[in-house]
Design a protein around this ligand. Structure first.
Ligand code: ATP
Ligand code: MG
Length: 462
């Protein structure tokens, strides 16, 4: 059974983990989809700004014309590649403030609902002539060259598009009185990037409902699992306790029954029939065993009462008189055992209690003290805060570990017998004592250390 539960717990935990992984993957996929969707919408919103806004268009024409001039000079060997690139940087830097202003103006009209920045990065400038392919600038070999737009760090996810500008150029110029004609093809490649403030938060915000629901469902599943496993363990514990009880009671019943069957067999024998002395002694044994059986059955019947079902008939008693009588009776019952017994019960106060029940409770605790190894027992009483009568029963027996102390007052509970003692019992004594004291609106406290002894304190309101 224990193995079964462990296996069940392991399987449940593995399933829970698998479920979490699946759930995690689903959420990640949803996030990716939402992200893509969000970025696509942003891209779409700005797609036409750069090319189709008259203000920006004229600025674009300005730097493009300027670049073409510089490339012409380069073709005539009047400029180096580096100078062309520097010139390009100069012109774009000079028109950039105007460009940003015009761009933002356009953005405002789009009413996006979030902060968006845009810029264009140069990737490649290549001139192709009849004879060769001449690379003026190659983005791969250089740090990003921002052409136009705002300053920000590029994120791969927010890359918008590559744009190509391809044009053919032919012109002629007179150099040293010679007409020189120049032809080239320009391949200009740039890449657009956008930047959106805290875009991940915006995307997650769009998934709020899914996230909250998944978290809730997850918590509910964990709670259910926890609850099921916990109740399974409790059930198993209860079942164990009941099995123990059945074993104990069977054992307790077997001895008197065996004696009774032996006694009847004896009485049937011819040679016994003529001996009145033997018959008397056998009848006494039968009577004793009968009483023992009766007592056992009474114990089980009585002790199954809960404190609601105990009806008290209280009478006022003087504490020291009452306690000393109970203790004297108890001492008589354990006369045969060597026990040093001390008491300190000289309170003259009066208190109302049900003598019969409280005596049973005290006897149960005192019997336990002797049963579980006590050789020195000390009983004392005091009035606490003018409110409670406290009776403490201290023994030097085998003690009870902290873990077991919590379960002590449960029905049928006995500390694992293999561990410390092989004393028989039904595990009902303390349960019943506790019910009795509860019926008096009091409590029983236990303090104990394994191997050192135990103190039970009964508190009954005065
Ligand atoms: P019974 O129903 O016959 O009294 P029991 O003595 O086993 O059986 P309880 O009196 O309810 O049942 O006690 C429950 C368990 O608590 C005991 O089995 C024992 O292990 C532990 N226990 C009780 N009193 C003491 C004590 N004074 N010292 C050590 N262990 C104790
Ligand atoms: Mg007991």
């Amino acid at each position: 059974m224990k193995n079964k539960i462990t296996r069940l717990i392991i399987v449940s935990i593995i399933s829970l983990l698998a479920l979490s992984v699946i759930q995690g993957t689903l959420i990640k996929n949803t996030y990716d989809l939402k992200k893509e969707n969000f970025i696509n919408k942003a891209k779409e919103a700005i797609s036409k700004i750069d090319d189709y806004t008259p203000g920006l268009d004229s600025l674009n024409i300005k730097w493009k014309t300027f670049l073409m001039d510089k490339l012409d000079e380069y073709s005539l060997n009047n400029l180096t590649k580096k100078e062309v690139v520097n010139e390009l940087r100069r012109i774009t830097d000079s028109i950039n403030p105007l460009y940003i202003e015009a761009y933002n103006e356009e953005l405002k009209k789009k009413k996006l609902g979030y902060n968006l920045k845009f810029h264009k990065v140069l990737k490649n400038i290549t001139l192709v002539t009849e004879r060769k392919k001449d690379t003026i600038f190659k983005g791969k070999n250089n740090p990003d060259f921002k052409l136009l737009g705002s300053e920000f760090e590029n994120v791969k996810e927010l890359q918008v598009s590559n744009s190509y500008w391809h044009t053919e150029r032919s012109f002629s110029r007179e150099i040293n009185k010679k007409e020189l004609s120049v032809n080239y093809e320009l391949h200009f490649e740039s890449r657009d990037y956008i930047n959106i403030d805290k875009w991940q938060v915006i995307v997650l915000g769009k998934m709020k409902l899914i996230l909250i629901l998944s978290l809730l469902i997850f918590l509910v599943v964990i709670a259910l699992l926890y609850y099921s496993i916990k109740s399974l363990i409790t059930q198993k514990k209860n079942a164990d306790i009941k099995t123990d009880f059945i074993n104990n009671i069977t054992h307790e019943l077997k001895t008197p029954l065996a004696t009774l069957s032996l006694a009847t067999k004896m009485l049937k024998k011819e040679e016994v029939k003529n001996k009145p002395v033997v018959i008397d002694s056998v009848i006494n044994t039968i009577e004793r065993q009968n009483t023992r059986l009766q007592k056992l059955i009474d114990q089980v019947l009585n002790n199954s009462l809960g404190y609601h079902e105990i009806s008290l008939s209280k009478q006022t008693i003087v504490i020291d008189q009452y306690l000393n009588t109970v203790l004297n009776d108890f001492l008589l019952s354990v006369e045969s055992k060597k026990i040093s017994f001390e008491r300190d019960c000289s309170l003259k106060n009066k208190i109302a209690l049900d003598k019969f029940f409280v005596t049973t409770a005290l006897f149960n605790i005192l019997e336990n003290a002797v049963k579980y190894g006590g050789t020195k027992i000390n009983v004392s009483c005091r009035i606490e805060n003018n409110k409670n009568l406290c009776i403490s029963i201290v023994d030097n027996g085998i003690g009870i570990s902290k873990k077991n102390q919590e379960l002590l007052f449960d029905k049928f509970y006995r500390v694992d017998t293999n561990e410390i003692h092989d004393v028989k019992g039904l595990g009902l004594g303390l349960y019943y004592s506790n019910q009795i004291i509860k019926a008096h609106k009091g409590t029983i406290l236990v303090e104990s250390e394994k191997g050192k002894g135990t103190t039970f304190t009964i508190k009954i309101p005065v």
